[in-house]
Every structure is written in structure tokens, then in C-alpha cells.
Design a protein around this ligand. Structure first.
Ligand code: GLV
Ligand code: MG
Length: 347
């Protein structure tokens, strides 16, 4: 095990100091784009104004013959675009692929000072983070990168889920994790063909009721267990957790429900793969005005965060004060970026 006193030391001479505190940023949606497509790159300035983070995708969904073009397209668009406060991330290819090394070497060399974070797919254990951490330090040092490039892990293999706690504490570069339900389903041998979301057969059959012909069936959330494990591992290590992809663009209601379950369980955002999901994610991952108004009342009723008071018949104490603070802090971050939301929250 690495000695605690060495955890925050740079891994290469000349690399930037690892961060002790992760930047506090609003990252409700990580919006994926295919950088090999010229028409997508042409709209990047507009897109960057609508989302919290843009992610140049180099991995799955990019055709094999377009892998190099995607990397080059990402470098080109990052160079030419002013992203303002919008985060710039990329999902590189997996560690065992023929493209990953050049993804890192070329992107850091060319646009390393504009890149906030690298998403590493198919993370199996802490060793995957250690490798990328060391490699990044070397490449950052070589190219005089000023701030450390963060790493984001996708939880999408059975082994990754088994090792989720060790992954979460592997490197000070790690900013959090996303669920990868499509690869995870395959890796686990789940009998589904979907990208996230529920399944009509996964549920609980209610007991028979006399006089009622059909028994009630309640569909359950296939991802509840994994999201909860991911959230605990991340938050216990000062990281954040994101839901991942929702592939059925024709079902915005199911998308919203899946996103909301993740939000309520502790996730701070999600991936968006289609423009229609941007609005859904904004709605879901910005706290509800009614919740914000109640949370503000809790904070006001308990100015020092201690003791107990009753509000609308509900008991409030130190713990509900802390929950209220989570909601109000998030609302303030949202409001700082979005004047419409600020008005809704009454800030
Ligand atoms: C995402 O990469 C997934 O596999 O769901
Ligand atoms: Mg995947």
C-alpha cells in the first residue's frame, strides 16, 4: 500500500501537484459527442453553452475506422473552441486497446492545458488507476501542464463493482465514477439488451387478492444495488457519483425516472447522449424549488444546525439540517449559473 504521506505527492518530477480538494463545480450532465463528425464539431460553441460538461467520446460507439479521426477531431475542436466555464472531458479507449496510449500522449501534448478530466472505461481495480495516474504525471511533466488532469472511472465490469471501494481510494486524481449499465450487464451475464433503465420482467409479483383476477406486478429498478454501492464508495472518499447512459431516446419518461432515482440516491449528474436528454438532466439534477424552499426554512429555523424543531408537523434535527444544506448548497450552485432557476428558488 502506498504510504499516506506520499498519496498527494506528484508521481513525476515536474508534474503539477495533485489536488487535495476536488474543484466544486456544477456537473449535472456529461454530454457525449462523437468528435470524428465535422457537423458535430461545427456546433461545439453552441453546445458548450447548453451543458455543464462536454465529453469527446473516443471509445465505444466510435467505429474502428474512425478511432484516429475521433482523437484528431477532439484535439482540433478543443483547440478552436472557447468553452467558458464548461468542463472539457474525454472518454479514452480502454487500457488494453491499441488506441489508449496514443489517446493520452497526443491529447495531453496538444490540449492538456484545456482538458479537465479523462474518463477511463472498464476500470477493474485500483491498479488501472495507478497506471493512468503515473502515465499522466509523466506526460504532464513533459508538456508543462499547469493543473492536474483528473480521472473519472466507469463502473462497468463485475470485477470493478467488486473492487469499487479500492478504486475509489486509488488516486487523488479521481473525481468520481459513472455507472456503465450496458457493459456491466454483459460482464455480469444479465439477460438484457438495453442501455440502462428498467426491464418489464424484473419486479415483484404481489400476493393474489381474492376476487381480483390479475395479480399486481411492480417493476423494480435493476440498477438500485450498483448505484447505491457506487454512491457509498464515492462519497466515503470525497468523490462524486454520476448515473451513466440511458439508451432509449424514444422514452423520455423512463429516462427521467432513471435519472431521478440516481439523483435521489446521491448522484450529482448523468451522461447525456442525445440533445433531448439535456433538458431532462437539467430538470432532474437541479433541486426541486419546493424542496429548496422547505430546506431554506429548515436552515432558518435552526441557525446553528443543532437541537430539534417542528416544521409542518415534521421533526427537524441536526441530520435534516445537513440534508437541507446539501439541497441549498446545490441550489446556490445551480442559481449561480442559471438566472431562471435563481428566480424559481427565490435567491
Ligand atoms: C457505458 O459505457 C456502458 O457500458 O453503459
Ligand atoms: Mg461501456
Amino acid at each position: 500500500m502506498k504510504l499516506p504521506q506520499n498519496f498527494y505527492k506528484p508521481l513525476a518530477i515536474g508534474a503539477p501537484m495533485p489536488l487535495r480538494e476536488l474543484p466544486v463545480r456544477l456537473e449535472r450532465m456529461l454530454h457525449f459527442f462523437p468528435p470524428h463528425l465535422e457537423k458535430v464539431r461545427a456546433k461545439m460553441s453552441d453546445l458548450a453553452k447548453q451543458v455543464d460538461v462536454v465529453v469527446g467520446n473516443l471509445e465505444d460507439a466510435i467505429p474502428l475506422e474512425a478511432k484516429e479521426a475521433a482523437r484528431a477531431g477532439f484535439i482540433d475542436v478543443v483547440r478552436k473552441t472557447d468553452f467558458g466555464a464548461t468542463g472539457v472531458w474525454t472518454r479514452i479507449n480502454a487500457l488494453n486497446s491499441p488506441w489508449m496510449l496514443e489517446d493520452v500522449l497526443q491529447i495531453v501534448a496538444e490540449v492538456g492545458n484545456k482538458l479537465d478530466c479523462i474518463i477511463l472505461p472498464k476500470v477493474e481495480g485500483p491498479w488501472d488507476l495507478h497506471y493512468l495516474d503515473q502515465l499522466l504525471a509523466q506526460v504532464e511533466a513533459k508538456h508543462n501542464i499547469q493543473k492536474p488532469i483528473l480521472i473519472h472511472a466507469i463502473l462497468e465490469t463485475a470485477q470493478g463493482v467488486k473492487n469499487v471501494n479500492e478504486i475509489a481510494s486509488a488516486s487523488p486524481r479521481l473525481n468520481g465514477m459513472s455507472l456503465g449499465p450496458a457493459d456491466l450487464a454483459a460482464s455480469r451475464g444479465m439477460k438484457t439488451t438495453r442501455v440502462g433503465g428498467g426491464h418489464p420482467f424484473y419486479g415483484v409479483l404481489a400476493d393474489p387478492v381474492e376476487g381480483q383476477a390479475a395479480r399486481d406486478f411492480y417493476q423494480q429498478d435493476l440498477w438500485h444495488y450498483t448505484i447505491a454501492r457506487m454512491v457509498d464508495a464515492c462519497l466515503a472518499n470525497g468523490l462524486r457519483a454520476w448515473y451513466g447512459p440511458f439508451g432509449d431516446f424514444s422514452d423520455p419518461a423512463a429516462c427521467e425516472s432513471q435519472f431521478r432515482n440516481a439523483f435521489l440516491l446521491g448522484c450529482c449528474g448523468t451522461w447525456t447522449l442525445h440533445p433531448s436528454q439535456i433538458g431532462i438532466s437539467k430538470k432532474v439534477f437541479s433541486p426541486d424549488p419546493k424542496e429548496v424552499s422547505f430546506a431554506l426554512r429548515v436552515l432558518a429555523a435552526m441557525p446553528d444546525g443543532a437541537g430539534a424543531v417542528m416544521l409542518d408537523g415534521k421533526m427537524q434535527d441536526d441530520a435534516t439540517w445537513k440534508q437541507s444544506k446539501v439541497i441549498v448548497d446545490l441550489a446556490r450552485m445551480v442559481a449561480a449559473k442559471d438566472p431562471e432557476k435563481a428566480a424559481e428558488y427565490g435567491f
